[in-house]
Ligand binder design. Structure first.
Ligand code: FAD
Length: 261
């Protein structure tokens, strides 16, 4: 019997805003009554900023002593991007209950983590919680972010501002021997390509990887975000693998950008 999706909504107050890099701002939220982490290290929440009804998804970088930390990537334009650049301390925001997708197989002897800057919070949190050999690669449009984490990260240059070359990068990776787990997040078209690569070229079982589209470079500004929560819950209820669920999610986002939903 599958658990019902947690549809609770929360609110929190911005208690701190810190600039971590040219394209990264840390937002700390407090006063979130009833919130609890799932413990899944790539868990995310849907964030609604003041004056908006649309949501955007952000990884729970940490939830410690009733303070929720989100690291927000600053793009050329964007709803949360614009808000996060303002003096937002004191603002009240909306939050969904957290959900996570990372699902380490019992026999995994290593973990490889890859993402662009939007995947950095999850990559770091995953890497910091694991007791296995971890290789972490993060694509950045800037110089490496010093002091962000003690986790050793290999920084990969982005091909340009607002662009990602991660699919090509992953195709060139040498994988550790033995059973392991590959987690990746970034631009949706690149993630679709990599899912095909690991499934068809490498022949991996779907339980050996989790590849998620975090944003779409082709669709321009989002008119309405597609909530991954219900898609994830429906997929789990239908017995689908994470890979099938993220495929469904990418299709829903693609349909939306083409005006089909
Ligand atoms: C499960 C999940 C977890 C996520 N965790 C994080 C996180 O911890 N931190 C984080 O910053 N983001 C995270 N994201 C990605 C984030 O939700 C999107 O990047 C979102 O679109 C940003 O919202 P915005 O309002 O700033 O820009 P939007 O209004 O959504 O988009 C404005 C423009 O920016 C472009 N754009 C959006 N994202 C990117 C990008 N990453 N790179 C280049 N161009 C982009 C769009 O294509 C559009 O042209 C996550 C997404 C998911 C699904």
């Amino acid at each position: 019997m599958n658990a019902r999706p947690d549809t609770r909504a929360f609110s929190g107050t911005v208690s701190a805003r810190e600039v971590l890099g040219d394209h990264l701002v840390r937002i700390t939220l407090t006063g979130i009554d009833g919130f609890a982490s799932t413990g899944v290290p790539d868990e995310w929440v849907a964030l609604t900023v003041p004056g908006q009804f649309q949501t955007r998804y952000y990884t729970v970088r940490s939830w410690v002593e009733d303070a929720l930390v989100l690291d927000v990537v600053i793009h050329d334009a964007g709803l949360v991007t614009e808000w996060a650049q303002t003096d937002c301390v004191g603002d009240v925001v909306g939050l969904s209950a957290p959900k996570g997708s990372f699902d380490l197989p019992l026999d995994a002897q290593w973990v490889v983590l890859v993402g662009d800057l939007t995947g950095l919070p999850a990559i770091t949190r995953i890497g910091e919680t694991l007791d296995l050999p971890v290789r972490a690669y993060v694509e950045t449009p800037d110089h490496p972010l010093s002091g962000y984490t003690d986790l050793p990260i290999t920084w990969v240059d982005a091909p340009g501002a607002e662009q990602s070359g991660l699919a090509e990068f992953v195709r060139g990776l040498e994988w550790p021997d033995g059973a392991g787990y590959f987690w990746m997040a970034g631009e949706s078209a690149q993630m679709r390509d990599i899912r095909r690569h690991v499934r068809q070229d490498l022949g991996w079982a779907s339980t050996a990887y989790d590849v998620m589209g975090y944003w779409s470079g082709s669709r321009g500004r989002q008119r309405r975000a597609v909530d991954p929560g219900p898609i994830y819950a429906a997929g789990k209820a239908a017995g689908k693998s994470d890979e099938q669920i993220w495929d469904d999610y990418d299709k829903a986002r693609g349909a939306q950008s083409e005006g089909r939903t």
